[in-house]
Design a protein around this ligand. Structure first.
Ligand code: ADP
Length: 178
């Protein structure tokens, strides 16, 4: 029997939103299995810590047995090899994404020519969504329920209430700009 076609979908997912869910769903149309991997940056401050992000992503895919969720803190191509993925999936929203993704794809190809980079063009209705936009709107008490699932909306409310209590609500968000 052929081994399953497995792809890696890396990102910071801080937090996960409908744009990510759409890319994952479409990737599952091309691949048998998808590993959603949350990159743990040593320097970037996080609104949600890694455990919380893992929980939020897992909850989003609880009914999809072909998705595995994990975290990693190494070169993405090295992690792709670790999990036996033959492709890396990324989304493309706007032209500014394109330049970065193009450079990353070329660098990754140089590092690991055996791994294919697959870019999905964002769905029109999701182009405006990014984790940083969601964080900013949520920090100011705005409604993000059209951008991210209900369990993430709840987690955002709870997190910003905590930060407000600690007196670090909006300053935290400004420092989180992507
Ligand atoms: P964000 O940019 O929202 O913080 P990530 O850095 O976690 O998200 O991005 C992980 C991947 O998901 C990237 O390839 C990014 O281009 C893609 N992505 C993010 N938002 C969207 C969206 N609204 N539609 C399609 N792809 C997206």
């Amino acid at each position: 029997m052929d081994s399953p076609r497995r792809a890696l979908y890396p990102g910071s997912f801080n937090p996960i939103h409908y744009g990510h869910l759409d890319i994952a769903r479409r990737a599952l149309g091309l691949f048998d299995e998808l590993v959603i991997a949350i990159y743990v940056s040593p320097t970037k401050p996080d609104l949600f810590d890694i455990e919380e992000r893992l929980t939020l992503v897992k909850e989003s895919f609880k009914d999809e047995p072909r998705v595995r969720v994990a975290s990693y803190s190494k070169l993405t191509v090295d992690y792709a090899h670790d999990v036996n993925a033959t492709a890396i999936v990324r989304g493309l929203r706007v032209f500014s994404d394109f330049e970065l993704e193009f450079r990353m794809a070329l660098a990754n190809r140089r590092l690991a020519p055996d791994i294919e980079i697959v870019n999905f063009i964002a769905a029109e209705e999701h182009i405006h969504i990014s984790s940083s936009t969601i964080r900013e709107i949520a920090s100011l008490g705005g409604d993000v329920s059209t951008m991210t699932p209900a369990h993430v909306v709840t987690a955002l409310k709870r997190r910003f209430a905590e930060l407000k209590q600690q007196g670090s609500g909006s300053s935290f968000v400004v420092s989180l700009a992507d």
